[in-house]
Design a protein around this ligand. Sequence first.
Ligand code: EPU
Length: 303
Amino acid sequence: MPQQIQTGELQAALAGFRGEISWAEPLCRHTSIRVGGPADVFVVPADLEDLRRVLRVSAQYGVAVLPLGGSNLIVRDGGIRGVVVRLSHFQDMTVQGSGLYAGAGVAMPRLAQAAMQAGLAGLEFSCGIPGTLGGAIAMNAGTRDGEMADIIESVTIMDARGDIRECPRSVLQFGYRYSCLPPGIILGARLKLDPAPRAEIEARMARSLTHRRKTQPLHLPNAGSIFKNPPGRSAGALIERLGLKGLRVGDAELSAQHANFIVNRGRATARDILELIRRIQETVREHAGIELELEVRVVGEDG
Ligand code: EPU
């Protein structure tokens, strides 16, 4: 946090905030791989007005704001200087014809379930993806069966002044696990889906889930896929072929079940995970001549 801003000053500026707020909140409590140092300020806004207050105060004091999904993310051990926002209360879902509006805090598995209940197809691919809608849009999450960009009709964003804008798909850019969105916080999105028999949707979802449960180490803390798949290749298969499964740095372990997953065996630190990532990248570079790019986002300061 910049020198000029004191905790008391920020607390006073946020007077009237009705959501949850904590100071020096350990982010290991909020990331799926269970690592990460403290956030100076951690807020869970109760509603739009609360979020607007946080964004305006942060802009006024020049404090960075990071929205946290937390599932495809590694927060370094020194934590985050600034304000971390979690949109856990942004959970609204509304079916509109063959579309669905959902808030950024909705968990992807819940979203897919709601679409299926409404007889709307198009989200089945997302059953293999952890995290929230906001996070999934920000990184254009996907599998071989589809990606978020395929179904987004518009994304609603609040900017630093607290103004809200609905951005149609035509002005948004997406690439492989990449998005270029106007600056601000994603509040939610309108998704374009297709009416289909519920049983068919349910069967496709069940196939995705079975595949995921069979192939991924979901019983241990993890951050989803660590690397992007290189063009035409599978990162997991590539890493497995080099015999790296089970490689360990401290309590960070390259999963024996899926070689594109790192699991936290207990007390792993972000430093352990990043060192393990570095060793995997080095081995793949030396033996396969391929530069593995990170899919997970790495944020925060070294511990
Ligand atoms: N494979 C191996 N060894 C391994 C892992 C995989 O040989 O250790 C092989 C598999 O046998 C398969 C191929 O690699 O032939 C692809 O594996 P998988 O079906 O597990 O898919 P993936 O490309 O590794 C993607 C998403 C996952 C999503 C699954 C659902 C990416 C980078 N990852 O994984 O998304 O759950 O599909 O099928 O596209 C995430 O993004 O965080 C995530 C979990």
